[in-house]
Design a protein around this ligand. Sequence first.
Ligand code: NAD
Length: 320
Amino acid sequence: MLGIKHPIVQGGMQWVGRAEMTSAVANAGGLGILTALTQPSPEDLRKEIERCRQMTDQPFAVNLTILPTIKPIPYGDYVDVIIDSGIKIIETAGRNPEPFLGAMKAAGIKVIHKCTSIRHALKAESIGCDMVSVDGFECAGHPGEDDVTNLILLPLAAQRLKIPFIASGGFGDGRGLAAALALGADGINMGTRFMATTEAPVHENVKQAMVEASELDTALLFRSLRNTARVFKNSIAEQVLEIEDQEGATNFDDIAPLVKGTRGAVVFERGDMEYGVWSAGMVLGLISDIPSCEALIQRIVDEAQEIITTRLQGLIKPQE
Ligand code: NAD
């Protein structure tokens, strides 16, 4: 459906989903995804799509995330640019994409909606999304409020959905790919793992921190606001948690100066690891090197094939 060689999608990462990242994944046979809101305006997104086209002749997608933001976002204008630019795959995330779906479908676009629960996945299917990306509690960014991991979400998705689905959250190696396929998914989506690659447009310090971190190095912010986000556990994240722990309702204005995305962008640009918060998933525990996207994808596919054809085949008793 997506015209890609390997069943591996690069997650829509704010500040990271730029042409360098997207084209590297596309050229390696996966689905690269530009993040619309990384670009300060719809016109900048138009230029970024063009820049990405100069860097790959393979299909790539654009992510549009509809969640609370500090500044209002002209979502409709971003959608117009995506359609106008001839993009054929969109990943929507956050709120229900229904207001934009008619225009996207009329333009022949395949829509993948990212969901953190089965009820949202079923809703996405019912409104006409072509595919969903099922995002388990392990994931980076916004895992929703249900805290259900992929060992439960993916088989449920396989039982209940008619449309194809991608497993998202906690994936970073061939074991994960083989497991996702066994659980019923059609492929995997990886964000955090793709950040620790040579082509990811983030500072070396960030990549190094990811190699050194363990699965225990993430924190869940904004729980008190029902807009939970999993981020790398640094001193800023700890300050936010302290504010959220204080008695009484959390006022977002008290934490906004600490968490604003523009500060997270500085972490990625300058490698100042304590300047802001940045999304990272529990898969940090599985990251121990910084390969190219090509080497990473090939390794994951080879590992999964080896597991499926050797280890799993070897577990089947010959029929009597
Ligand atoms: P931003 O600077 O506007 O906000 C920073 C964080 O605060 C975001 O997580 C946002 O959801 C949250 N937030 C903003 N206003 C809020 C409110 N009133 N109540 C509760 N939480 C609030 O965001 P940004 O970093 O410029 O990112 C732009 C968009 O991309 C946001 O919608 C953000 O949530 C989303 N995003 C998604 C992911 C992901 O899951 N892949 C990762 C990072 C950012």
